[in-house]
Write a protein that binds this ligand. Structure first.
Ligand code: ARG
Length: 462
């Protein structure tokens, strides 16, 4: 039976207790709830709303409840609904009637909003820390293979040669945007809702600035109705998490492709692969597959909460209790995906014999041939045409471009001369020497910049 039964003549139905209880999952907010309550008790005493002695008893009681929870000694009672009521009931049990003063000038509506904001702030800093670890792993892999050239792809067709480091740094950029999004989300999460009461504000002379300072918020909410209704910050976290998982899923997909026998560009460490229960030859990239797969549930959690909040009238509605499980799941999924992915990337081996072979096959230098003709005075569109016909001829003859004789080249354009043979994958990448290009010089600078961004010392700089 619920605690607050004052106006009721009947106990709630057992099924209703079970159906409405949230303590099975919102217990995870216990430390934030207790931190919020301690700050609230301090503020009440400072404002003379409760006595210092009462505040002290309340704070001691709350601290021992925290210890009990952390030692696994606390007995959560589903019939007390949620984490807030569980802690309050235990406090009253411990310190007597005084415990009942804690909820003066407060409602569970501003209390839960506070707990969630504290939780999301913490989640954001863990997420950013984990993102930086992952970025560091990408940088290390790029640096360890700084001279490795791979085919770059468009439409999953070999397109132009690029440095592997350049390809890896593409992910660094994506992750840096993710860091930016989480930081941005932090600005709107870092706002104290406590003091909004049930929805109209509270009829006591409270000090919200004091609460904000105590709890480390840089701003306070400016409208009590909005403050208890707003879950945007959770949705923003979930949206940023969805984009981040999308990025991870793209790298996961490339790792899966690259570790396949068809590509065979990389060797995953055995610690990050599994065998098949039936096919002894298999070494499956399960970690990458699961990162790719778990992206779905993170999107689902975002859509779930958007849908829950959609068209809810102001202000608090019990529907909003549904904000938590998806949030916790997203945070757990994102953090664990980042962590395991970091380990996998750190241990990956590049099979350069195969990346080199992939560069020899195909016509990956076709763009460079067209550029060659343009530099000799040909119009780009015409040059493109000439090379297209040349490639088609080479395919017919089953020859690589380098295997064609000068006479064969000259059949397509008189501008071809002996120096056409100096076009190589190395000259191709070196030519792309603009900011953002794959030339070794550019990539070296990009690596230095990346290291600076994540706050590492750059050995190259004076
Ligand atoms: N368990 C509730 C939630 O998570 C806490 C707020 C309850 N407020 C209320 N008026 N019933 O949303």
């Amino acid at each position: 039976m619920s605690q607050i039964r004052g106006r009721f003549h009947k106990a709630t139905d057992k099924l209703v207790d079970q159906y409405t209880a949230s303590v099975g999952f919102d217990w995870r907010l216990y430390s934030h709830d207790i931190a919020g309550s301690i700050a609230h008790a301090k503020m009440l005493a400072k404002q003379g709303i409760i006595s210092n002695k009462d505040a002290e008893a309340i704070i001691n009681g709350l601290s021992s409840i925290k210890e009990e929870i952390e030692q696994g000694k606390f007995e959560f009672q589903p019939e007390l609904e949620d984490i807030h009521m569980n802690i309050e009931a235990s406090l009253i049990e411990k310190v007597g009637e005084t415990g009942g003063k804690l909820h003066t000038a407060r409602s569970r509506n501003d209390q839960v909003a506070l707990d969630l904001r504290l939780y999301v702030k913490e989640a954001i800093s863990s997420t950013i820390a984990q993102l930086k670890e992952f970025q560091q792993a990408l940088i290390s892999l790029a640096e360890a293979n700084q001279s490795v050239i791979i085919p770059g792809y468009t439409h999953l067709q070999r397109a132009q040669p690029v440095l592997l480091a350049h390809h890896l740094l593409a992910y660094f950029e994506m992750l840096q945007r993710d860091v930016g999004r989480f930081n941005d989300c932090l600005k709107r999460t870092d706002v104290l809702p406590l003091g909004s009461g049930a929805m109209a504000g509270v009829a006591y002379d409270i000090d919200r600035d004091f609460l904000a300072r105590e709890l480390g918020f840089s701003q306070i909410t400016q409208n009590s109705i909005d403050a208890v209704s707003d879950r945007d910050f959770i949705i923003e976290y979930q949206a940023a998490a969805s984009l981040c998982m999308m990025h991870l899923s793209r790298l996961a997909e490339e790792i899966i492709l690259w570790s396949s026998e068809e590509f065979n560009f990389i060797e995953l460490d055995e610690a990050y692969t599994t065998g098949s229960s039936i096919m002894p030859q298999k070494k499956n990239p399960d970690v990458a597959e699961l990162v790719r797969g778990k992206t779905g549930r993170v999107y689902g959690n975002l859509m779930g909460l958007l849908t829950t909040i959609k068209a809810l009238p102001l202000s608090y509605n019990r529907d909003m209790q549904e904000d938590k499980e998806g949030l916790f799941d997203t945070v757990d999924t994102l953090l664990s995906s980042l962590e395991v992915f970091t380990g996998m990337v750190t241990t990956v081996q590049i099979k350069t014999e195969n990346t080199e072979r992939a560069l020899e096959q195909g016509y990956i230098l076709a763009t460079d041939l067209a550029d060659y003709l343009v530099k000799k005075g040909e119009v780009f569109r015409t040059a493109h045409d000439i090379v297209a016909r040349l490639v088609s001829y080479a395919i017919e003859k089953s020859k690589a471009l380098g295997e064609l004789g000068l006479g064969e080249y000259q059949r397509f354009s008189p501008l071809f001369s002996e120096d056409v043979y100096s076009i190589t994958v190395e000259s191709s990448i070196a030519a792309r020497d603009n900011i953002g290009g794959t030339a070794p010089k550019q990539v070296e600078q990009a690596l230095a910049r990346a290291k600076k961004i994540i706050g590492l010392f750059n050995n190259l700089s004076p």
